[in-house]
Design a binder for this molecule. Structure first.
Ligand code: RIB
Length: 308
């Protein structure tokens, strides 16, 4: 089943640092690299590398030519990308010696979507498939409404979470995808342990994928809760690990894999991703994931299943 990702495109400027900058501090970085990123682009490339058919719809600003090239190179349909004379979105990313990141976004043309553009994208996509969104574009609530009206499945990765998310028609989503920070903010709870139960009570029609970084992930599919741990691997750069997880997980869901298999594939793919530098460049191919799982290269992770 096809994915239409109405998603962000960013040029990532990645600065390696020993430690993140503190307020008022000035220091030199250890290196600078420029990568193709944006949660939207990373997720499109992850789903496409997994093997899904993906169309990416976006407004692409000046300076972002390499982003369309990367999508094309990875087999993503870019026919719905509209070029603009305004400035492209970008991200300033610090990556510390532990591979953790902190990200400053400039929205640029990611925030230039119009209702007309969205209506056209949804009309061209047809009535069968899944619309994928992240919270880096404007008009997210409008897209959810329109896509749900057309009977399309909708998955929102509510990252980065902000107050706008609470105004979106979340109950119309098929999948809400969050990490623990976003999950607590949307649920309005204090503890990671309460996220799934609170979100289920608030949005009873929604399936939920909660990623927990090095602690693994869990997913509620409407009747059962599945929990998986994480492979212990050397971490170079965690950028796009969540996006890789999302792309592979959705590929599994849309292509008849069991929830256990979806979680195992996604967990393995993000374990490979964190061992590489950059965003979309660090997303592995499906053949690598199949090889790792088939030959037990990272060890086997069990998935705990509980009736809800
Ligand atoms: O999830 C990682 C992404 O977040 C980066 O590629 C950056 O562009 C920001 O969107």
């Amino acid at each position: 089943m096809k994915i239409l990702n109405i998603g962000s495109l960013n040029v990532d400027y990645v600065y390696k640092v020993d430690k993140f900058l503190l307020p008022g501090e000035t220091k030199s970085s250890l290196s600078l690299n420029k990568y193709c990123g944006g949660k939207g682009l990373n997720q499109s490339i992850a789903a496409a590398k997994a093997g899904n058919e993906v169309c990416h719809a976006a407004v692409l600003g000046v300076g972002g030519e390499m982003l369309k090239e990367a999508l094309d190179k990875n087999g993503v349909d870019t026919g719905m990308i509209q070029e603009s004379a305004d400035t492209c979105g970008h991200a300033i990313i610090q990556v510390d010696e532990k591979g953790q990141n902190c990200i400053l976004l400039y929205g640029g043309t990611n925030r230039a979507l119009t209702k007309e553009f969205i209506d056209n994208a949804l009309d061209s996509f047809g009535n069968n498939g899944l619309v994928l969104l992240q919270n880096e574009t404007n008009l997210v609530g409008y897209i959810i409404e329109r896509a749900a009206e057309k009977g399309l499945m909708v998955a929102l990765n509510a990252a980065p979470a902000n107050d706008d998310v609470l105004g979106y028609p979340i109950d119309k989503l098929t999948w809400l995808i969050v990490n623990e920070v976003e999950g607590k903010q949307i649920a309005g709870c204090e503890s990671d342990d309460d996220i799934i139960d609170t979100l289920r009570a608030k949005y009873p029609n929604c399936k939920i994928l909660l990623t927990l970084g090095s602690r693994g992930a869990c997913c509620y599919d409407g009747s059962k809760l599945y929990t998986i741990g994480c492979h212990k691997v050397d971490v170079v750069d965690t950028t796009a690990a969540g996006d890789t997880f999302t792309g592979y997980f959705l590929y599994g869901v849309l292509n008849g894999y069991s929830m256990e298999e979806c979680l195992r594939m996604a967990t393995t793919a993000s374990a490979v991703c964190v061992g590489r530098n950059g965003a979309s460049d660090s997303v592995p191919l499906k053949s690598e994931i199949d090889d790792i799982i088939k030959n037990n290269k990272y060890g086997r992770l069990e998935v705990a299943v509980k009736d809800m």
